[in-house]
Design a binder for this molecule. Structure first.
Ligand code: MF3
Ligand code: CO
Ligand code: CO
Length: 275
Protein backbone atom coordinates (compact mmCIF):
# COMPACT_ATOMS: atom_id res chain seq x y z
CA UNK A 1 0.00 0.00 0.00
CA UNK A 2 1.34 3.44 -0.81
CA UNK A 3 0.47 6.49 1.21
CA UNK A 4 -0.96 9.59 -0.39
CA UNK A 5 2.40 11.33 -0.23
CA UNK A 6 4.21 8.37 -1.76
CA UNK A 7 1.64 8.29 -4.53
CA UNK A 8 2.26 11.96 -5.28
CA UNK A 9 6.03 11.57 -5.11
CA UNK A 10 5.82 8.56 -7.41
CA UNK A 11 4.26 10.62 -10.22
CA UNK A 12 6.64 11.43 -13.02
CA UNK A 13 6.89 14.56 -15.09
CA UNK A 14 5.92 14.17 -18.71
CA UNK A 15 8.92 15.52 -20.68
CA UNK A 16 8.03 18.42 -22.93
CA UNK A 17 4.44 18.72 -21.73
CA UNK A 18 3.63 21.79 -19.64
CA UNK A 19 0.49 21.16 -17.55
CA UNK A 20 -2.23 23.82 -17.58
CA UNK A 21 -4.08 24.08 -14.27
CA UNK A 22 -7.60 25.33 -13.65
CA UNK A 23 -9.37 26.80 -10.63
CA UNK A 24 -8.82 23.69 -8.53
CA UNK A 25 -5.07 23.91 -9.02
CA UNK A 26 -4.95 27.63 -8.34
CA UNK A 27 -7.03 27.23 -5.19
CA UNK A 28 -4.81 24.35 -4.02
CA UNK A 29 -1.63 26.30 -4.74
CA UNK A 30 -3.00 29.37 -2.96
CA UNK A 31 -3.45 27.34 0.24
CA UNK A 32 -0.13 25.46 0.01
CA UNK A 33 1.78 28.61 -0.95
CA UNK A 34 0.22 30.61 1.85
CA UNK A 35 1.12 27.96 4.42
CA UNK A 36 4.73 27.88 3.23
CA UNK A 37 4.90 31.68 3.39
CA UNK A 38 3.50 31.64 6.94
CA UNK A 39 6.14 29.10 7.96
CA UNK A 40 8.89 31.31 6.49
CA UNK A 41 7.38 34.31 8.31
CA UNK A 42 7.36 32.30 11.55
CA UNK A 43 11.06 31.47 11.17
CA UNK A 44 12.07 35.14 10.92
CA UNK A 45 12.32 35.81 14.65
CA UNK A 46 14.21 32.55 15.20
CA UNK A 47 17.01 33.44 12.79
CA UNK A 48 19.41 34.97 15.31
CA UNK A 49 23.06 34.56 16.27
CA UNK A 50 23.42 31.29 18.21
CA UNK A 51 20.57 29.33 16.61
CA UNK A 52 21.53 26.13 14.80
CA UNK A 53 20.24 25.34 11.34
CA UNK A 54 18.99 22.02 12.76
CA UNK A 55 16.78 23.96 15.19
CA UNK A 56 15.27 25.94 12.30
CA UNK A 57 14.67 22.65 10.49
CA UNK A 58 12.83 21.30 13.52
CA UNK A 59 10.67 24.44 13.77
CA UNK A 60 9.72 24.16 10.09
CA UNK A 61 8.84 20.48 10.46
CA UNK A 62 6.69 21.16 13.53
CA UNK A 63 4.89 24.03 11.81
CA UNK A 64 4.03 21.69 8.94
CA UNK A 65 2.95 18.91 11.31
CA UNK A 66 0.69 21.32 13.23
CA UNK A 67 -0.97 22.46 9.98
CA UNK A 68 -1.47 19.07 8.28
CA UNK A 69 1.37 19.66 5.87
CA UNK A 70 4.46 17.65 5.02
CA UNK A 71 7.77 19.11 3.80
CA UNK A 72 8.37 17.87 0.25
CA UNK A 73 12.12 17.52 0.78
CA UNK A 74 11.75 14.92 3.58
CA UNK A 75 13.03 11.68 2.01
CA UNK A 76 13.20 13.34 -1.40
CA UNK A 77 16.00 11.60 -3.32
CA UNK A 78 17.66 10.65 -0.03
CA UNK A 79 17.38 14.15 1.48
CA UNK A 80 16.31 13.86 5.14
CA UNK A 81 15.35 17.38 6.18
CA UNK A 82 12.42 19.79 6.02
CA UNK A 83 14.34 22.82 4.76
CA UNK A 84 17.55 23.78 3.02
CA UNK A 85 19.74 26.29 4.86
CA UNK A 86 22.31 27.94 2.62
CA UNK A 87 24.72 30.23 4.45
CA UNK A 88 26.98 32.92 2.90
CA UNK A 89 28.89 31.31 0.00
CA UNK A 90 26.49 28.33 -0.09
CA UNK A 91 24.39 28.78 -3.23
CA UNK A 92 21.60 26.31 -2.43
CA UNK A 93 20.75 22.91 -0.89
CA UNK A 94 22.70 23.53 2.33
CA UNK A 95 21.89 20.74 4.81
CA UNK A 96 20.61 21.76 8.28
CA UNK A 97 22.48 20.37 11.28
CA UNK A 98 24.67 21.45 14.18
CA UNK A 99 25.99 24.52 12.42
CA UNK A 100 25.28 27.65 14.45
CA UNK A 101 24.46 30.98 12.80
CA UNK A 102 26.72 33.90 13.60
CA UNK A 103 26.24 37.66 13.57
CA UNK A 104 26.76 38.91 10.02
CA UNK A 105 25.78 35.67 8.26
CA UNK A 106 23.19 35.66 5.51
CA UNK A 107 21.13 32.52 5.13
CA UNK A 108 18.60 31.32 2.59
CA UNK A 109 15.85 29.11 3.96
CA UNK A 110 14.03 27.09 1.30
CA UNK A 111 10.83 25.28 2.23
CA UNK A 112 8.23 23.37 0.26
CA UNK A 113 5.12 22.34 2.16
CA UNK A 114 2.72 19.83 0.65
CA UNK A 115 -0.83 20.73 1.67
CA UNK A 116 -3.83 18.78 0.37
CA UNK A 117 -1.53 17.38 -2.31
CA UNK A 118 -0.28 20.75 -3.62
CA UNK A 119 3.33 21.97 -3.33
CA UNK A 120 4.08 25.50 -2.08
CA UNK A 121 7.77 26.19 -2.73
CA UNK A 122 9.46 29.38 -1.57
CA UNK A 123 12.75 30.63 -0.22
CA UNK A 124 13.95 33.86 1.30
CA UNK A 125 17.11 35.48 2.57
CA UNK A 126 17.46 36.14 6.29
CA UNK A 127 20.04 38.44 7.87
CA UNK A 128 21.63 37.18 11.09
CA UNK A 129 21.99 40.29 13.25
CA UNK A 130 23.76 43.14 11.52
CA UNK A 131 25.15 42.26 8.08
CA UNK A 132 27.68 43.96 5.81
CA UNK A 133 26.64 46.55 3.23
CA UNK A 134 27.70 44.26 0.39
CA UNK A 135 25.63 41.36 1.76
CA UNK A 136 22.64 43.65 2.15
CA UNK A 137 23.08 44.92 -1.39
CA UNK A 138 23.30 41.36 -2.80
CA UNK A 139 20.07 40.39 -1.05
CA UNK A 140 18.27 43.46 -2.43
CA UNK A 141 19.48 42.85 -5.99
CA UNK A 142 18.48 39.19 -5.77
CA UNK A 143 14.99 40.06 -4.63
CA UNK A 144 14.67 42.76 -7.29
CA UNK A 145 15.80 40.23 -9.91
CA UNK A 146 13.07 37.84 -8.79
CA UNK A 147 10.56 40.71 -8.97
CA UNK A 148 11.71 41.53 -12.55
CA UNK A 149 11.33 37.87 -13.47
CA UNK A 150 7.81 37.81 -12.05
CA UNK A 151 6.94 41.01 -13.97
CA UNK A 152 7.99 39.28 -17.19
CA UNK A 153 5.88 36.18 -16.38
CA UNK A 154 2.76 37.14 -18.31
CA UNK A 155 0.80 35.35 -21.04
CA UNK A 156 2.31 35.84 -24.49
CA UNK A 157 5.85 36.21 -23.13
CA UNK A 158 8.16 33.18 -23.07
CA UNK A 159 10.25 31.50 -20.39
CA UNK A 160 13.27 33.19 -22.01
CA UNK A 161 11.77 36.61 -21.27
CA UNK A 162 11.78 35.72 -17.56
CA UNK A 163 15.42 34.64 -17.63
CA UNK A 164 16.48 37.65 -19.68
CA UNK A 165 14.80 40.09 -17.26
CA UNK A 166 16.56 38.48 -14.29
CA UNK A 167 19.96 38.36 -15.99
CA UNK A 168 19.68 41.93 -17.24
CA UNK A 169 19.01 43.28 -13.74
CA UNK A 170 21.60 41.08 -11.98
CA UNK A 171 24.40 41.90 -14.42
CA UNK A 172 23.54 45.60 -14.58
CA UNK A 173 24.29 45.60 -10.84
CA UNK A 174 27.59 43.70 -11.36
CA UNK A 175 26.41 40.43 -9.85
CA UNK A 176 26.34 37.09 -11.66
CA UNK A 177 23.53 34.57 -12.24
CA UNK A 178 24.10 30.91 -11.33
CA UNK A 179 23.40 28.72 -14.38
CA UNK A 180 23.33 25.28 -12.75
CA UNK A 181 19.89 25.38 -11.09
CA UNK A 182 16.54 26.34 -12.58
CA UNK A 183 13.01 27.18 -11.52
CA UNK A 184 10.45 24.49 -12.23
CA UNK A 185 6.81 23.72 -12.79
CA UNK A 186 5.01 22.38 -9.71
CA UNK A 187 1.56 21.44 -8.48
CA UNK A 188 0.81 17.86 -7.48
CA UNK A 189 4.44 17.29 -8.50
CA UNK A 190 7.41 18.94 -6.77
CA UNK A 191 9.37 19.33 -10.00
CA UNK A 192 7.47 19.46 -13.27
CA UNK A 193 7.68 21.18 -16.67
CA UNK A 194 8.58 23.90 -17.54
CA UNK A 195 12.18 24.62 -16.57
CA UNK A 196 12.67 28.30 -15.84
CA UNK A 197 16.22 29.45 -16.49
CA UNK A 198 17.32 32.60 -14.72
CA UNK A 199 19.27 33.87 -17.72
CA UNK A 200 18.68 33.78 -21.45
CA UNK A 201 17.43 35.43 -24.59
CA UNK A 202 14.14 37.32 -24.87
CA UNK A 203 11.56 35.39 -26.90
CA UNK A 204 13.29 32.01 -26.50
CA UNK A 205 11.67 28.95 -24.90
CA UNK A 206 8.02 28.01 -24.60
CA UNK A 207 5.27 30.62 -24.60
CA UNK A 208 3.65 31.30 -21.22
CA UNK A 209 -0.04 30.39 -21.08
CA UNK A 210 -2.75 30.95 -18.46
CA UNK A 211 -2.81 27.93 -16.14
CA UNK A 212 0.94 27.33 -16.05
CA UNK A 213 2.30 27.09 -12.50
CA UNK A 214 6.01 27.30 -11.72
CA UNK A 215 8.70 28.71 -9.46
CA UNK A 216 11.18 31.46 -10.19
CA UNK A 217 14.22 31.14 -7.91
CA UNK A 218 17.28 33.06 -9.07
CA UNK A 219 20.64 32.57 -7.34
CA UNK A 220 23.01 35.53 -7.64
CA UNK A 221 26.69 35.69 -6.69
CA UNK A 222 28.86 38.68 -5.86
CA UNK A 223 31.71 36.98 -7.73
CA UNK A 224 31.75 34.53 -10.63
CA UNK A 225 28.71 32.38 -11.42
CA UNK A 226 30.44 29.00 -11.12
CA UNK A 227 29.41 26.51 -8.45
CA UNK A 228 30.57 23.14 -7.18
CA UNK A 229 28.70 20.51 -5.18
CA UNK A 230 30.39 19.26 -2.00
CA UNK A 231 31.01 15.60 -1.17
CA UNK A 232 27.73 15.37 0.77
CA UNK A 233 26.09 15.30 -2.66
CA UNK A 234 23.88 18.33 -1.95
CA UNK A 235 25.61 21.49 -0.77
CA UNK A 236 26.32 23.78 -3.73
CA UNK A 237 28.90 26.52 -3.10
CA UNK A 238 30.44 29.29 -5.19
CA UNK A 239 33.77 28.12 -6.60
CA UNK A 240 35.37 31.46 -5.75
CA UNK A 241 33.76 31.44 -2.28
CA UNK A 242 31.98 34.72 -3.02
CA UNK A 243 28.67 35.47 -1.29
CA UNK A 244 25.52 34.05 -2.87
CA UNK A 245 21.83 34.81 -2.38
CA UNK A 246 18.56 33.29 -3.61
CA UNK A 247 14.86 34.16 -3.50
CA UNK A 248 12.01 31.96 -4.69
CA UNK A 249 8.28 32.36 -5.24
CA UNK A 250 5.70 29.93 -6.66
CA UNK A 251 3.44 31.67 -9.19
CA UNK A 252 0.63 30.89 -11.62
CA UNK A 253 0.05 32.50 -15.02
CA UNK A 254 -3.42 34.10 -15.26
CA UNK A 255 -5.34 35.57 -18.22
CA UNK A 256 -3.97 39.04 -17.45
CA UNK A 257 -0.64 38.44 -15.69
CA UNK A 258 0.26 36.22 -12.78
CA UNK A 259 -0.60 35.37 -9.21
CA UNK A 260 2.08 34.91 -6.54
CA UNK A 261 1.09 32.00 -4.28
CA UNK A 262 3.84 32.43 -1.68
CA UNK A 263 3.55 36.12 -0.77
CA UNK A 264 4.31 36.83 2.88
CA UNK A 265 1.09 37.44 4.87
CA UNK A 266 3.20 39.49 7.29
CA UNK A 267 4.61 41.48 4.34
CA UNK A 268 8.08 40.51 5.44
CA UNK A 269 9.07 39.51 1.97
CA UNK A 270 6.97 40.98 -0.81
CA UNK A 271 8.06 42.78 -3.98
CA UNK A 272 6.98 46.06 -2.39
CA UNK A 273 9.04 45.35 0.71
CA UNK A 274 12.09 43.15 0.05
CA UNK A 275 13.38 42.99 3.63
N1 MF3 B 1 13.10 23.55 -2.66
C1 MF3 B 1 14.15 23.33 -3.63
C2 MF3 B 1 13.65 23.94 -4.90
O1 MF3 B 1 13.45 25.12 -4.90
C3 MF3 B 1 14.50 21.90 -3.82
C4 MF3 B 1 15.23 21.33 -2.69
S1 MF3 B 1 15.55 19.71 -3.04
C5 MF3 B 1 16.39 19.17 -1.69
O2 MF3 B 1 13.38 23.33 -5.88
F1 MF3 B 1 16.26 17.90 -1.71
F2 MF3 B 1 17.57 19.62 -1.74
F3 MF3 B 1 15.85 19.65 -0.60
CO1 CO C 1 12.56 25.80 -3.08
CO1 CO D 1 11.90 25.34 -6.26
Amino acid sequence: MVTYVQAIKGKKRDPGVIPLHGNVGFEGMRKAGNLTARALDMLTEHVRPGVSTGELDRLAFEFGRDHNAIPATLFYRGYRHSICTSINHVVCHGIPGNKVLREGDIVNIDLTLIYEGWHGDSSRMYAVGKISTKADRLIKITYESLAKGIEAAVPGNTTGDIGAAIQQHAESERTSVVRDFVGHGLGHLFHDEPNIMHFGTPGSGPELKPGMIFTIEPMLNLGRPHVKVLNDGWTAVTRDRSLSAQCEHSIGITETGNEIFTSSPASIFNPQNPQ
